[in-house]
Design a protein around this ligand. Structure first.
Ligand code: PMP
Length: 364
């Protein structure tokens, strides 16, 4: 193992003093926010005019790419670190260790820099180079691992746990099963959507990696109004659609090009989520929507965002006109420049023809 970098030693008291102002009324009132963590949450909720017109519904999207670290996972990262500081497992000069598809790691790395912690990231080796490059620039110690399932001891999450266990003053934040992740969405994403729609909301739909976004947001919203319908959106190769529909942990479809979503098990964060129904979305529709969002709505986002919007349109078709349906744009397209927006890569996946003809000229 590499020698860890970074010398900054901040006392817990100093960290608390530096960041105690961040969740105050100032932020709610849109006054000066404090520190990097002031850029986590309170993202805009935007109505998509073209798709809303086409469906007769209001399709509204939480712009999670607008978080400081560029994804929805900044929320979980902040709550995981706050939880570790609070329960005493993360002390001054300590190291945060996590297994992640990349976005949680990016959020953690930003916050570690802001608070004076070190950051070690275990990632499966099939994720985009852009995420790895960004993590390295942020100073994280990135260790990519061959892709093996959760049940294999060499799975990237178990590697992260073992490294933390064998390292002094290190904590494995465990985003999949530590419900501080879900709490982030119960306390922030849910209330934000409720306030931003003034409670005029009929359904939410989210894809799932750890399940934190779906479970936390829907738990809060159901408490406000039990009639809000909650849909789980699942990519190809994930088991959650069959788990919900048939009670079986069986994959539906082969692998997917979407990153950060799809799951082989029911995580602690997903358990107990008040889900009403599930939809299964093929990659062909994800790719088409990625380019519709880009060229018809103006949003440059990643595949999980496009999958969420495909799902929102399906929910609009199920419910009929006149409903408000919320979902999330999880991260920016810049993270997938060499994949999703590249002709050769799409071709290698047999997906060039899923890009609408008139937009194929813009592929690089
Ligand atoms: N989209 C992207 C791009 C992600 O990285 C993730 C998290 N890995 C998600 C969606 C899913 O979020 P959650 O973990 O809260 O289910």
């Amino acid at each position: 193992t590499k020698v860890l970098h970074k010398y900054s030693l901040r006392s817990t008291l100093e960290i608390v003093r530096l960041y105690s102002r961040t969740t105050t009324q100032d932020a709610i009132d849109n006054l000066t926010r404090n520190g990097f963590v002031g850029l986590v949450g309170r993202t805009p909720l935007i109505r998509l005019p073209t798709l809303s017109r086409a469906t007769g519904c209001d399709i509204v999207v939480k712009c999670e790419f607008a978080n400081g670290g560029g994804s929805v996972k900044d929320r979980a990262a902040l709550y995981l670190i706050k939880d570790a500081i609070k329960n005493g497992s993360l002390k001054p000069g300590g190291t945060v260790v996590e297994g992640t598809a990349g976005n949680t790691g990016i959020g953690l790395a930003h916050i570690c820099n802001a608070m004076g912690f070190k950051c070690v990231i275990y990632m499966p080796d099939n994720q985009s180079q852009e995420k790895i490059d960004l993590l390295r620039v942020l100073g994280a110690d990135v260790r990519t691992q061959p892709v093996v399932p959760w049940t294999d001891p060499e799975n990237f999450n178990h590697q992260a746990r073992r490294f933390a266990e064998s390292t002094d003053n290190a904590v494995w934040t465990n985003q999949f099963d530590n419900t501080a992740n879900k709490l982030a969405h119960i306390e922030t994403t849910g209330p934000e959507i409720w306030q931003q729609t003034k409670g005029k909301l009929d359904a939410v739909v989210f894809s799932t990696g750890t399940g934190g976004t779906l479970a936390g947001t829907s738990t809060y919203l159901k408490e406000q109004n039990s009639r809000v319908q909650v849909y789980l959106a699942d990519p190809e190769g994930s088991v959650l659609y069959n788990w919900f529909k048939h009670g079986k942990l069986e994959r539906k479809g082969d692998g997917s090009i979407t990153e950060g979503i799809g799951q082989g098990r029911v995580t602690e964060n997903l358990k107990g989520a008040p889900i009403d129904d599930a939809v299964h979305i093929p990659d062909t529709e994800v790719v088409e929507m990625t380019f519709r969002l880009l060229h018809e709505e103006g949003f440059f986002v990643g595949a999980s965002s496009a999958l969420n919007v495909v799902a929102a349109v399906k929910v609009a078709e199920i419910m009929g006109p006149g409903h408000t349906i919320a979902t999330a744009l999880c991260d920016t397209g810049q993270r997938y420049y060499a994949r999703l927006f590249c002709r050769d890569w799409l071709h290698s996946k047999g997906l060039v023809e899923s890009v609408p003809k008139m937009y194929q000229q813009y592929l690089h």
